[in-house]
Design a protein around this ligand. Structure first.
Ligand SMILES: [Zn+2]
Length: 291
């Protein structure tokens, strides 16, 4: 080999070594920063598919301070209030109620549209009609139910029926556990999550919810929270726990953050359709969509 070809092969070796190093570094960085890989996948590898990973992220760019008291481009809902044996509703809680389609049934305004869509879908898919046996209960009504049967009904202030966000549903001749024997009941238990609802007391989570499986009790939490709860197979209690205060999460095109209640909240700049809900644990959960 002459001097020149030795030199060329050395250069080739250096180039090869450098390229391998770059490739290796890229792999290590991508593995250690899954959110980066997730962004790349979402943007370039499968842009038209839903990328459904739920991940903690660090938002790009400067955060802006929203003035909550000035109601600056923010919608206020009650959809993520956690109500159970250990989380009582505040004494001054006033549910935002409205009548559902001239039916005489009162519901929290947050779930009116979602319930209409779910109910239409049940009829379309199963030829059956979804009815409600109980949606909203006042403090007094809950107290009476509890006094009649403490094993069946939670004490006043501890039932999510008092938020107007829970609905006990049934179809003709199939109420209670029998609801699951109907096509509609099966469909609702599988698909209510697509409409912003969850089976609030699922099978297998009794130790956390402290309530036996209730395939008829739907709770509205809104999208995308219902989808995340379904995909992770967690209870609503576990979901609230999962959201670390002050951190940011991404799911599909949504940004979710749970922050301490104060008049100012920090959010990335490029969000639209921002919805805030208190969670009844001293925090606000803010959900927005990226532009
Ligand atoms: Zn119920």
């Amino acid at each position: 080999m002459n001097k020149k070809s030795v030199k060329t092969s050395t250069i080739l070796k250096i180039i090869f070594a450098s390229l391998s190093l770059v490739l290796l570094t890229t792999i290590v960085v991508l593995l250690s920063k899954p959110e980066l890989l997730y962004q790349i996948q979402g943007k370039w590898l499968r842009p038209d598919q839903e990328y459904s990973t739920f991940k903690m992220i660090k938002p790009k760019g400067k955060l802006i301070e929203y003035d909550f008291s000035a109601e600056q481009d923010l919608d206020y809902e009650q959809s993520l209030m956690l109500v159970n044996q250990s989380h009582r509703l505040p004494q001054d809680f006033v549910p935002q109620m409205a009548e559902y389609k001239d039916s005489g049934v009162q519901m929290n305004v947050a779930m009116l549209d979602a319930y209409a869509k779910l109910s239409e879908s049940v009829t379309q898919k199963t030829d059956d009609y979804l009815y409600v046996s109980s949606v909203y209960r006042t403090d007094e009504e809950q107290g009476i139910l509890h006094a009649e049967d403490p094993d069946y009904a939670l004490p006043a202030g501890h039932s999510e029926h008092q938020t107007g966000l829970a609905a006990d549903v049934y179809v003709y001749e199939h109420a209670g556990m029998a609801f699951l024997e109907s096509e509609a009941g099966k469909y609702v238990n599988q698909s209510c999550y697509d409409f912003g609802f969850i089976i609030r007391y699922p099978e297998g989570k009794e130790e956390i919810t402290k309530i036996p499986f209730e395939p008829w009790h739907l709770r509205y939490v809104g999208l995308p929270h219902s989808k995340i709860i379904q995909q992770k197979f967690i209870s609503f209690e576990e979901y609230i726990d999962l959201l670390e205060p002050g951190k940011f999460y991404r799911y599909q095109n949504y940004l979710i953050t749970r922050q301490e209640i104060s008049s100012k909240i920090n959010l990335p700049q490029d969000l639209k359709n921002i919805v805030c809900s208190p969670d009844n644990t001293g925090h606000l959960i803010i959900t927005g969509e990226y532009n």
